[in-house]
Design a protein around this ligand. Structure first.
Ligand SMILES: *[C@@H]1O[C@H](CO)[C@@H](O)[C@H](O)[C@H]1NC(C)=O
Ligand SMILES: *[C@@H]1O[C@H](CO)[C@@H](O)[C@H](O)[C@H]1NC(C)=O
Ligand SMILES: *[C@@H]1O[C@H](CO)[C@@H](O)[C@H](O)[C@H]1NC(C)=O
Ligand SMILES: *[C@@H]1O[C@H](CO)[C@@H](O)[C@H](O)[C@H]1NC(C)=O
Ligand SMILES: *[C@@H]1O[C@H](CO)[C@@H](O)[C@H](O)[C@H]1NC(C)=O
Ligand SMILES: *[C@@H]1O[C@H](CO)[C@@H](O)[C@H](O)[C@H]1NC(C)=O
Ligand SMILES: *[C@@H]1O[C@H](CO)[C@@H](O)[C@H](O)[C@H]1NC(C)=O
Length: 298
């Protein structure tokens, strides 16, 4: 304590500091002998190498668990959502309203359908090297491209029958017999229950909906071929095109609003989730007017 309070001259302080940096009596440098310095350096070097090693190892093992072929988090709904084209979304509901007499009310719809369906042109499907899977028993071998790359099954316009746009470029809108296209959203690795082809059916509580025809399908159900499942993801299957079902309304009642629900039916496909109205089904309102705008004016 006494020495602490002792007043030192400046030269004494300098000398003390000099001894601290290099003490010729003990051979210490900065308070430690050379050998001690070597040891402490080795200790810290080893310490940091191990820390970096642990960090690198944890990053590496994290990256290993993330597959580039699948999203890391998938939503918890059991079955894919269902959407419809055209998709005129108004006031939180889908309202397909148009006037047969006034082509300006439906030509935007028809144009959007043309765009939507262009990917199904046979030429586009061929260009994308999608394979014809009809009547094939070993789909996996047809779709094989390389270990991490798969082709997809073709879905072509011809499968849409009278809704292909080939004979009627207005997809029936002009004649009050509109075509709708039902699509199940992609869900990686989703296969319908029991390998059963999912069916599509559109119904209404009222009789006004009239007769319906499905392509591919018949006059009761549309079919989403099982060969299109499962989808392997964008990276592994870059050219996958969604199968769709065309729904042709043959004689819907005109000038009334009709509420229609189109469901995808099959084992394991949920259509009654109160929290997600689009899980397994799509609901919309339809109203086809048949009023000559000119006659209204007169
Ligand atoms: C609508 O019909 C009129 C008369 O038939 C025609 O001149 C016009 O080009 C059509 N418009 C569209 C967008 O198809
Ligand atoms: C499909 O082919 C047409 C021409 O045949 C082209 O205009 C269109 O962009 C193609 N669509 C896609 C999605 O490749
Ligand atoms: C996807 O389509 C492109 C052409 O659009 C083609 O070059 C490519 O080979 C296709 N990939 C597969 C896996 O079929
Ligand atoms: C698939 O098989 C059915 C009957 O087995 C036949 O009618 C149909 O033409 C075949 N389709 C193709 C594309 O070969
Ligand atoms: C398509 O429509 C025509 C009448 O417009 C009808 O004769 C034919 O049977 C329909 N095709 C199919 C596959 O239902
Ligand atoms: C329509 O298709 C469904 C599903 O493929 C089938 O179960 C049903 O028997 C068919 N109905 C008629 C009338 O062909
Ligand atoms: C699959 O079929 C079996 C027997 O036919 C049935 O018990 C099971 O519930 C089915 N699975 C689904 C998801 O419907």
């Amino acid at each position: 304590m006494a020495t602490f309070n002792e007043k030192k001259t400046c030269s004494q302080r300098m000398e003390n500091f000099g001894r601290f940096v290099w003490n010729p009596d003990t051979g210490e440098v900065l308070g430690r002998t050379f050998v001690k310095w070597v040891y402490i350096s080795l200790y810290y070097a080893a310490f940091y190498v191990i820390m970096i090693g642990i960090f690198a190892l944890s990053i590496y093992s994290l990256m290993k668990t993330l597959s580039p072929y699948e999203p890391d988090y998938q939503d918890q709904i059991q079955s894919p959502g269902v959407t419809m084209r055209p998709n005129p979304y108004v006031d939180e509901s889908i309202q397909l309203f148009y006037n047969m007499f006034d082509n300006t009310t439906y030509s935007p719809i028809v144009n959007s359908l043309c765009d939507f369906l262009s990917v199904y042109d046979a030429a586009n499907q061929t260009k994308m090297m999608n394979k014809d899977c009809t009547n094939q028993t070993n789909i996996a071998s047809i779709l094989y491209s390389s270990a991490n790359l798969k082709h997809a099954c073709q879905f072509t316009r011809e499968m849409l029958g009278n809704c292909s746009g080939e004979h009627d470029p207005t997809y029936g809108y002009k004649y009050g017999k509109p075509c709708l296209f039902i699509k199940m959203n992609r869900k990686i690795k989703f296969t319908p229950g029991n390998n059963t082809t999912p069916l599509v059916q559109c119904t209404s509580k009222s009789q006004n909906l009239g007769k319906v025809e499905y392509y591919p399908g018949n006059d009761t159900y549309g079919t989403i071929g099982i060969q299109y499942f499962p989808y392997h993801g964008k990276k592994m299957q870059p050219n996958y095109t969604n199968p769709i079902v065309a729904v042709k309304l043959l004689n819907p009642k005109l000038d009334v609003e009709i509420e229609v629900v189109c469901k995808v039916l099959g084992p394991g496909i949920v259509t009654d989730n109160p929290h997600d109205p689009y899980e397994g089904k799509v609901t919309f309102k339809l109203k086809i007017e048949n009023k000559n705008p000119l006659s209204i004016k007169n």
